[in-house]
Design a binder for this molecule. Sequence first.
Ligand SMILES: [Zn+2]
Length: 285
Amino acid sequence: MECIVCGHSTAAGLTAWHRTCPACHYESAALPPTINDAAVHLQVDEAERETGLKAIRVANFQTIIDYAARLATPGAQRLLDVGAAHGWFLEVARKRFQVLGMEPDTTVASRTAARGLPVRNGYFPDALEADERFDVIVFNDVIEHIPDIRAALAACRERLYPGGILILNLPNSRGFFYQLSKLLARLGWRAPFDRLWQKGLPSPHVHYFQADNLTALVGQQGMELKLRAELPSVRAAGLLERLRCAGQGTPFSNYLQYAAIMLSIPLLRLFPSDIVVCAYRKPDA
Ligand SMILES: [Zn+2]
């Protein structure tokens, strides 16, 4: 199999479904999506996920909106959020932009729309009108789920106004936790590695990038890198809440984990974060 970024032959990875490119370090997974499959849906308690993840994600979303406002052309208004899920990004983004969200999961989309957020049920770009264009398009933890990523990136270029900005927020294959999960998988404990790929969830990851190979792929669409940054994958805010709703733990073990993670936050800053954000600009002409 050829690498989708550089065309080099890919090599077998750590599992039967995992492959890596020895030249550019792009990683792929042959994990089938099961979105809108009711049986898998029952495994994911959306309400629990909502409370647990919100604090850290909203903090990162504010940073992303600040990037978008800084990089977009003066007077930029229209922002498209692909894979809007619960609408948390829309809630932050609509303070600055005129927003539209797109969400393929019918149940999630209708719940988000019921909260008064402008979200459309469907896939990007098929669910857009023929003439719809945007100043900013954002993918938050979405692009790594899309099998035909080249087609999605080509559609981004087509759907942006000249000078428009594409922002990709995604897992970083250089990240500390991902690297640790690979080490553990090599030692025989595969659960953390499977989990970071979201194996068995409705829409697993099919790509793992870092900023350089992602930029090479997006560059093939004639888009120019304007900003690359890492965002914290662990924040103090909301951490205790997150541990509580993740689960099975007693209050004592939750506090113990909380203390251990709080102590490790300064140490984690020494390593690459597991979240990378890149912003690209469509040329003017
Ligand atoms: Zn490659």
